[in-house]
Design a protein around this ligand. Structure first.
Ligand code: NAD
Length: 381
């Protein structure tokens, strides 16, 4: 069968779901590969590099959808792309089925199978296909680079002939995948890094990366907002108040604040209030990785960079992985290739859609004429 990747339609999306290297691996699984002309250009992959990897290049998105049995892309399909789907075709992409019910119903009406990369269960066996994690890792890294680009000083402390420079102080709020990547990047640049999370179990990970975990002076400690299935749940009002009091204390001292706090299925919790921004020094930078879901910082403007009256830069970009398109395309294409490996047990270019397989079942939003989202909880962890 044939796997194809169209050019992403969204204006600011520079990623591509197939690279020349992933195409070679897909061919080892027995597939032939096809790509729309220019699909990899913004990620640094020319048409010629695909041709050299044995990939057929077609001229239009319409031709691509016609040629491919399996369409792999990054963003959820547009209405035009859904119209191009056909019976027994498989679409693999980020899909966010809970937020895209109509799109899912339309794809199902076309008889297509939809595999949502954002629905891959977060169990050990599926880590190699966990595109949420591979993209969050990039976002965390890039958030620090973006902060550095807008911060007028060094991260690392220096003693030079021209004077003594103190290290920058970085606070990372939320130590999940993106937060840990941000911590690793900030400490490796020499900053003094602090981190907070409602899940106490991450304290050890934070400390092992050279950062200081911020504990609250709160009776039930971080346990109060602790996890459900590895994720955070909503904090009690008392816990939330203790958290804000701690942040208020830290705000004047922090040069860079990276916020990444999310609770599944909810708007981002508001954790960095206006008075905290007001208390920060001029030249400080906030990067709000939760901007897509409303932001952790009260003043964040989605997709924009603003500078407050007191000189604090607040970055609300939501396209960090796309800003590192070469890296993110490479990792995402590898996530897709691993998904295809699991779908192709015989390596014969023929996918077997095994709905008894936790990972395939979990990621499948529509199949064989049925909407199969939401999936049951995975049997194994
Ligand atoms: P996420 O993006 O949903 O949330 C980011 C972080 O924000 C989380 O660490 C969360 O605890 C934290 N948070 C929520 N509310 C907060 C608040 N009020 N204050 C401070 N922090 C707050 O999370 P994620 O990065 O996708 O990962 C969450 C969990 O899933 C982690 O335990 C991670 O290790 C686990 N995980 C497991 C696998 C796997 O086993 N395959 C893969 C990825 C992630």
């Amino acid at each position: 069968m044939k796997i194809g990747t169209p050019k992403e339609i969204l204006a600011d999306e520079d990623r591509v779901a197939m690279t020349p290297a992933s195409a070679k691996d897909l061919q080892k699984l027995g597939y032939t590969c096809v790509i729309e002309t220019g699909a990899g250009a913004k990620a640094g992959f020319s048409d010629q590099s695909y041709k050299d990897a044995g990939v057929e290049v077609v001229k239009t998105g319409a031709a691509l959808f016609k040629a491919a049995d399996i369409v792999a892309k990054v963003r959820p399909p547009t209405d035009t792309e859904v119209k191009r789907l056909r019976k027994d075709q498989t679409l693999i992409s980020f899909f966010y089925p809970a937020q895209n019910e109509k799109l899912m119903a339309d794809a199902n009406a076309k008889g297509a199978t939809v595999i949502a990369m954002d629905m891959v269960p977060r169990i050990s066996r599926a880590q190699k296909m966990d595109a949420l994690s591979s993209m969050a890792n990039i976002a965390g890294y890039r958030a620090v680079i973006e902060a550095g680009n807008n911060f007028g000083r060094f991260f690392t402390g220096q003693i030079t002939a021209a004077g003594k420079v103190p290290p920058a102080k970085v606070l990372v709020v939320g130590a999940g995948v993106a937060g840990l990547a941000a911590i690793g990047t900030a400490t490796s640049l020499g900053a003094m890094t602090y981190a907070f999370d409602v899940r106490p179990e991450v304290a050890e990970q934070v400390e092992s990366m050279g950062a200081e975990f911020v504990f609250l002076d709160f009776e039930e400690e971080q346990q109060d907002g602790a996890s459900t299935g590895g994720y955070a749940s909503v904090s009690s009002p008392e816990f939330a108040a203790a958290q804000l009091a701690k942040f208020r204390e830290l705000a004047p001292d922090m040069d860079i604040v990276i916020t990444t706090a999310l609770i599944p299925g909810r708007d981002a919790p508001e954790l960095w209030t206006k008075d905290m921004v007001d208390a920060m020094k001029p030249g400080s930078v906030i990067v709000d990785l939760a901007a897509e879901r409303g932001g952790n910082c009260k003043l964040t403007v989605k997709d924009e960079k603003i500078v407050t009256e007191n000189g604090v830069t607040i970055i609300g970009y939501t396209d960090f992985p796309s800003r590192m398109a070469a890296q993110s395309s490479t990792l995402y294409a590898t996530n897709i290739r691993h998904m295809m490996t699991d779908l192709t047990p015989e390596k014969d270019g023929k996918p077997v859609h095994d709905m008894e397989d936790d990972v395939i079942r979990g990621a499948t939003a529509t199949h064989a004429g049925e909407v199969t989202f939401p999936p049951p909880p995975p049997k194994v962890q």
